[in-house]
Design a protein around this ligand. Structure first.
Ligand SMILES: Nc1ncnc2c1ncn2[C@@H]1O[C@H](COP(=O)(O)OP(=O)(O)OP(=O)(O)O)[C@@H](O)[C@H]1O
Length: 239
C-alpha cells in the first residue's frame, strides 16, 4: 500500500532520514520505534504527504504521495493544537467539514465509548481527555491508513488502555493499516503485527512480531534491546 524507496529527507543541511526503503502492507498494525530524534515523526509526516522528500520516491497504491493523500490517510500529530473555545461537538463538526471520509455517527460512538461528553469545552479538558478526543476524531475517519504520532505519550495508564481498546474496536484491521510511533513498546506489543525500528534516520529493522517470537524466541521488547546492543558492539568494533 505505502512504498518508500531510497528516501532522503533533510531539514536545511541536516539529514533526518537516510536512504529509507520500506513497504507497508494493508491490514497491519505497525509500531514505529526508536530513540528521540531518530526520524519517526519525519517518516510519518512524509507518508501522510505533509513533507516531501529531497530524493527517493513515496507512493500510495502506486501513486506518488502528495498533499492530496490526506484524503485517504488519517494523520494524528503528537501535538494538540485544538481551538480551545470549541466544544467537542464543535470540533466534531469542524472535522466533518474538513474530511469527506469523516463519520460523525462513528465519532459520537467513539466519544461515548471513551466517556466524553459532547458539550465539554476543549480548554477545560485534562491532557488525558484531550488525548481521548484526539484519537476519537482521528478514528472517526474511514481512512485506508491511520498514522499516529505517539498516541500514548504523556498519558496515564487508564487513558493509554482506553486508546488501545478504541484502536482495536473502531478500526478494521483486515483492510486498514495503523502505524503508530511509540516509546511504550512493551505496552503496545500485544497490538502489533510488525515493528519498524529506526536509528539515526535509518530503518535498522522491520520484522513481524510473530517471527521475532518464533525465530528469536523472545518478546519484541527484548529483541529491540538486543538489536541496539548489537549495533553498539558493531560500532565499537568499527564494523
Ligand atoms: N522542523 C525541523 N527543522 C529542523 N530539524 C528538524 C525538524 N523536525 C525534526 N528535525 C530534526 O530531524 C531529526 C528527526 O526528528 P524527528 O522529529 O523526525 O524524530 P523522532 O524520532 O520523531 O523524535 P522524538 O521521538 O523525539 O519525537 C532530529 O534530529 C530533529 O532534530
Amino acid at each position: 500500500m505505502i512504498e518508500l524507496k531510497s528516501i532522503i529527507k533533510k531539514y536545511g543541511s541536516k539529514r533526518a532520514l537516510h536512504d529509507v526503503t520500506l513497504s507497508i502492507p494493508r491490514g497491519k498494525v505497525i509500531g514505529l520505534v526508536g530513540e528521540n530524534g531518530s526520524g519517526k515523526s519525519t517518516l510519518l509526516k512524509l507518508m501522510a504527504g505533509l513533507l516531501t522528500p529531497n530524493s527517493g520516491t513515496a507512493t500510495f497504491d502506486g501513486k506518488p504521495i502528495t498533499r492530496q493523500i490526506a484524503a485517504r490517510i488519517a494523520y494524528m500529530s503528537d501535538t494538540d493544537a485544538f481551538y480551545p473555545y470549541f466544544t467537542i461537538q464543535q470540533l466534531v463538526d469542524f472535522y466533518d467539514s474538513q474530511f469527506e471520509d469523516f463519520d460523525d455517527i462513528k465519532a459520537k460512538e467513539i466519544l461515548q465509548f471513551l466517556n466524553m461528553s459532547l458539550d465539554s469545552k476543549m480548554k477545560n479538558l485534562s491532557k488525558g481527555n484531550r488525548g481521548r478526543v484526539k484519537i476519537a476524531v482521528t478514528l472517526a475517519r474511514e481512512a485506508d491508513a491511520y498514522l499516529l504520532d505517539e498516541p500514548f505519550s504523556g498519558l496515564d495508564p487508564m487513558v493509554r488502555d482506553d486508546i488501545a481498546k478504541g484502536l482495536i474496536r473502531f478500526t478494521d484491521t483486515e483492510r486498514q493499516t495503523i502505524i503508530m510511533s511509540t516509546h511504550e513498546i512493551r505496552e503496545v506489543e500485544p497490538l502489533l503485527d510488525e515493528i519498524i525500528v529506526m536509528r539515526g534516520g535509518r530503518v535498522i529493522a522491520h520484522e513481524a512480531v510473530d517471527e521475532i517470537r518464533d525465530f528469536y524466541g523472545i518478546d519484541a521488547t527484548s529483541w529491540m534491546v538486543s538489536l541496539f546492543k548489537d549495533q553498539q558492539v558493531e560500532r565499537e568494533l568499527g564494523k
